[in-house]
Design a protein around this ligand. Structure first.
Ligand code: HPA
Length: 267
């Protein structure tokens, strides 16, 4: 049996085989939402092919069950490129998500802002991305499916629906372009000035490879950043992972309201 088939068997044995509607990946400090899923939590270590997550502030469990009245699969943690140098680390988990019947992947992350009007604590819906890392999770993929179109990679209908959910919850949801920097070191002020000049609004160390993989696998994608800091050189605040973890919950409560509203209205 392939690793994916083994992981699927574990999931179906513990969570039943009803299909899930959405997958949701939680970013740094956003793990709380996973505990609201009414269902089962399966440690990644029980799921062959799932990532080995080493970043503090993440919850390496797959939660399957009801959230906002919908059956979802919530990934409490992701493996980042900077952990083991593998930009395709999430591929098996996303393949399993597709096999579970999901139609779309909702991604969340923590990011630094390059826009004074998008301060820490704000949420930013990704309109597009800049893959500044130059890496790609599909390098080595032998089929022509690797030539994935990336126009409207962030699904316009899902973006409109999340914008609507934010408005009906009275939450200000900004909109912008996310740049992927590999990390794990943070950016220099010169790099941030460059990224800003290139048209990025926020910067982070994740999401982009997963969106490429999702589109490759035929899953729709949509993503929201919680802004935890102004990017390097843009404020006197010191940037650190501790700070990211401490600030993420500020946006997390709003993010939770938006997602629950979205799930309730998209049965
Ligand atoms: N840069 C990169 N990744 C991040 C940042 C940042 O400033 N903040 C949170 N994740």
């Amino acid at each position: 049996m392939s690793k994916n088939a083994e992981a699927l068997k574990v999931i179906r044995d513990r969570a039943g085989d009803a299909p899930v509607r959405y997958g949701l990946i939680l970013g740094s400090g956003l793990g709380h939402l996973a505990h609201q899923v009414e269902g089962v939590a399966i440690p990644y270590t029980d799921l062959p092919g799932f990532p080995h997550v080493s970043v503090s502030g993440h919850n390496p469990n797959l939660h399957i069950g009801q959230l906002g009245g919908l059956r979802v699969a919530v990934f409490g943690a992701r493996e980042h490129y900077y952990e083991n140098g593998n930009s395709a680390a999430m591929r098996p988990a996303l393949e399993v998500l597709r096999s579970l019947g999901a139609e779309a992947l909702i991604l969340t992350n923590a990011a630094g802002s390059m826009r004074p009007d998008i301060p820490p604590g704000d949420l930013m819906l990704l309109s597009d991305h800049i893959n500044y890392s130059g890496l790609n999770p599909l390098i080595g993929e032998p089929t022509d499916q690797r030539f994935v179109p990336m126009v409207d990679a962030y699904d316009p209908a899902l973006r409109a629906a999340l914008t609507q959910s934010a408005a009906s919850e009275g939450i200000d949801l900004k909109d912008g372009v996310y740049a992927w920097y590999s990390g794990p070191s943070f950016e220099t002020p010169a790099e941030i000035r460059m990224l800003k000049g290139l048209g990025a609004d926020a910067v982070g160390m994740s999401t982009v490879p997963e969106v490429i993989l999702a589109r490759f696998l035929g899953l729709k994608a949509v993503a929201i950043s919680t802004i935890t800091n102004m990017a390097a050189g843009m404020s006197d605040e010191k940037i650190s992972h501790e700070h990211t973890k401490a600030m993420a919950p500020l946006g997390a409560a709003k993010l939770e309201k938006i997602l629950l509203n979205f799930f309730r209205n998209h049965r």
